[in-house]
Design a protein around this ligand. Structure first.
Ligand code: ADP
Length: 398
């Protein structure tokens, strides 16, 4: 069976067509600038690449173009749409309404639209638009919702609750939900496979370090805690996000800067993080270049990021009562050796013996061991593959 994985943003739509027998990506690409001028679809398939500059006033037109590209003579990989067994949609937030991946029914779509939008106002409406667009164009193909939050559904109450009035948690659903769940799930399972162990035998800390970053404690294959919170603003500082901050400091800053509540949250999401600290960039490649040129604030931003990540690794080792493996993944986790080194150095007391040489090897897309052979705690770099998890979960539902 072939499964189409769709990741719809407010003005974008990324896709992959995956053959579930081989788990190979047959075709992939994305539409940009949907609903604005200059929309474009970049499609890859059959070893070819094609750019379609076509008007895409909405997601329905975008998905029609994607389906045409999948049947195109140059980049096409299927003859008919009937070859697509199902569509798996990435959804950022589930709240407490969905604990796991779910097949789309009118009832499910209603819950998604009526209950979850306010939990992820930028992402979930876009996902729902993507689902509706696909349903219109392929009405008889099963659709699944796969949530970024599902892997975190196993967290115990003591881990996901904030210290607020319990009734407010019950009434408003304010609690930690986490994010990047599909990635944490994938890399923790891959780590177990690589180490030749069952997930039940391992205590793993997975560090998904990208534009958005989150760290998760995976005990026996299940998430027991994670660094992101009610929204993906919490945890370590990120590209432009502040990470954890005292709520009183937010109120103070808002007053001083004359910001409304929602403007203050936008400020924390868009103007802070390593971009705010360095004053240079949210991109770690630029920060490294800044450090090489002697920029102290770039060095400080990198230092803060590694320090905060390390604190979560230590905290989660304590939470799990031990540590067998640390996994690094995503843009920074896979490509920035200095961050991995700064996170792991000093953790010898936990049994981490770092291998500088292995750490310096350039990312080639494979799983790499960057701890010494005799390290009690294995440190791995594992390329993430969220689309494959979405495709697998969709296939399981069928
Ligand atoms: P997102 O959260 O947007 O998916 P990514 O996981 O793609 O983010 O990570 C993006 C970040 O990874 C960039 O901002 C950059 O700082 C960092 N990075 C460092 N080296 C590379 C690289 N070679 N390729 C891609 N990203 C890199």
């Amino acid at each position: 069976m072939k499964i189409l994985v769709v990741n719809a943003g407010s003005s974008s739509l990324k896709y992959q067509l995956i053959d579930m027998q081989t788990e190979k990506v047959l075709a992939k690409g994305g539409c940009e600038r949907i609903g604005i001028s200059g929309s474009v679809l970049k499609a890859k398939g059959n070893g070819n690449e094609k750019v379609y500059e076509k008007d895409m006033p909405n997601h329905k037109v975008a998905i029609e173009l994607v389906l045409n590209a999948l049947r195109d003579e140059g980049v096409g990989v299927i003859k008919s749409m009937d070859e697509i067994g199902a569509v798996g949609h990435r959804v950022v937030a589930s709240g407490e309404y969905f604990k796991k991946a779910t097949l789309v029914t009118p009832e499910v779509l209603k819950t998604l639209e009526e209950k979850t939008f306010e939990l992820a106002p930028l992402h979930n409406p876009a996902a729902a638009t993507g689902v509706r667009a696909c349903m219109e164009v392929m009405p008889s193909t099963p659709m699944a919702l796969v949530f970024d939050t599902s892997f975190h559904a196993t967290m115990p109450e003591k881990a996901y609750l904030y210290g607020i009035d319990y009734n407010d948690y019950k009434t408003y659903g304010v609690r930690k939900y986490g994010a990047h769940g599909t990635s944490h799930k994938f890399v923790s399972a891959e780590a177990a496979r690589y180490l030749g162990k069952k997930p039940e035998q391992l205590k793993i800390v997975t560090c998904h370090l990208g534009n958005g970053s989150s760290i998760t404690a995976v005990d026996g294959g299940k998430c027991v805690d994670t660094s992101m919170g009610f929204t993906p603003l919490a945890g370590v500082l990120m590209g432009t996000r502040s990470g954890d901050i005292d709520a009183s400091a937010v109120e103070f800053l808002a007053r001083k800067k004359g910001l409304s509540h929602s403007d203050a949250v936008t400020y924390l999401n868009k103007k802070c993080g390593v971009a705010g600290i360095s004053g240079v960039s949210s991109d770690f490649r630029d920060l490294e270049a800044g450090v090489a040129a002697g920029n102290e604030r770039c060095a400080l931003a990198l230092d803060m990021f590694s320090y905060q990540t390390k604190k979560f690794v230590g905290a989660y080792a304590a939470v799990m009562g031990g540590l067998d493996c640390i996994v690094f993944t995503a843009g920074i986790g896979e490509n920035t050796p200095c961050v991995r080194e700064d996170v792991c150095k000093g953790l010898e007391f936990l049994g981490v013996k770092f291998d500088d040489k292995a750490n310096a090897v350039k990312n080639d897309g494979s799983i790499r061991e960057i701890s010494a052979k005799d390290s009690k705690v294995k440190v791995l770099v594992i390329p993430t593959n969220e689309e494959l998890v979405i495709a697998r979960e969709t296939a399981e539902l069928l």
